[in-house]
Design a protein around this ligand. Structure first.
Ligand code: ZN
Length: 296
């Protein structure tokens, strides 16, 4: 009898909710459910929720299954401990070992940006391309690299973490310890802080964009600088990886300017005079995390 998994269980362990999906051999959804993540009740409480949701999916499947989990952080491939998670209560814990001993089966864990990239490359906007770079531009900036349907995790598990590539040594201080990281310049959270530092006003990024579109200064200049930083960040990345497609996710991916004027900036900064890399909007929205976890 083959031991290849027939069904796939995916868990998206987010900062506020934890979601489970069970996919059958054809990729159809057999079960989907979510619960709040008890981030304020401690690490054990988070494990309890994950175990409970995996058990629900197991009851539903009579087949051999795999379990994949997406987390808002990085699992260090050398130490197997959680690093840099938004849900800080998980940092330093051996999440994989703990879940495997409670569930009694192997568990794959990846950060949520990698799950996003894998889902979009498998069943979303990047499904017809071999090498896909999935980019998250939300509160923070993350990314993942998928080649021929397989996630490239890298030696430490940080492959695709373009958000912490410093592109301006005189730029804003990043929480990671460096200055001018891409995340400080083109993520929703980074832009909010940057606008406040430059103009002394607390504004949300959608607010700034609306004013910029009406031609109001200083918002217009700020937004133009954002598109230039986006172009430099993504153009550099395309020069390194030369992917067949880039798929954008996260709240900022809804900005039409990223695919028009922003795209021109990207091509300007790419080391190829006639680069034609497609820059695509995601197709799966919020569902990418849980589907990507199932495909780990
Ligand atoms: Zn950083």
């Amino acid at each position: 009898m083959s031991t290849e998994p027939v069904h796939r269980i995916g868990i998206d362990l987010g900062g506020t909710k934890t979601e489970v999906v069970l996919l059958d051999e054809k990729g159809n959804t057999r079960l989907r459910n979510r619960k709040p993540t008890p981030a304020d009740q401690g690490y054990e409480a988070i494990l309890d929720v994950v175990v409970e949701l995996v058990e629900q999916a197991r009851l539903e499947t009579g087949q051999i299954y795999s379990v994949g989990i997406g987390i808002p952080g990085i699992l260090d491939l050398e130490t197997d401990l959680v690093l840099n998670a938004n849900t800080t209560i998980m940092i330093g814990h051996p999440l994989r070992k703990d879940l495997e001993s409670r569930l009694g089966c192997p568990v794959k864990i990846e950060n949520d940006a990698n799950c996003f990239a894998l889902a979009e490359a498998t069943m979303g906007a990047g499904r017809n391309f071999d090498t896909v770079f999935g980019v998250i531009m939300g509160t923070g900036c993350g990314g993942g690299i998928v080649m021929n349907g397989k996630l490239h995790s890298g030696h430490h598990g940080i492959a695709g973490e373009w958000g912490h590539f410093s592109i301006d040594p005189a730029g804003p201080q990043c929480w990671c310890g460096n200055k001018g990281c891409i995340e400080t310049l083109i993520s929703g959270g980074g832009l909010k802080k940057k606008f406040q530092a430059e103009h002394g006003q607390e504004r949300t990024f959608p607010d700034i964009v609306e004013a910029a579109r009406k031609g109001t200064e200083p918002e217009k200049g700020f937004f133009r600088q954002f598109l230039d930083d986006y172009g430099r960040a993504l153009g550099g990345l395309i020069s390194v990886l030369d992917p067949d497609a880039v798929v954008l996710g996260g709240g900022l991916s809804n900005l039409p300017e990223l695919y028009a004027e922003g795209r021109q900036k990207v091509l300007q900064y790419t080391f190829h005079k006639k680069a034609k890399t497609p820059i695509l909007q995601n197709e799966l929205g919020d569902s990418a995390g849980v589907f990507g976890a199932a495909y780990l």
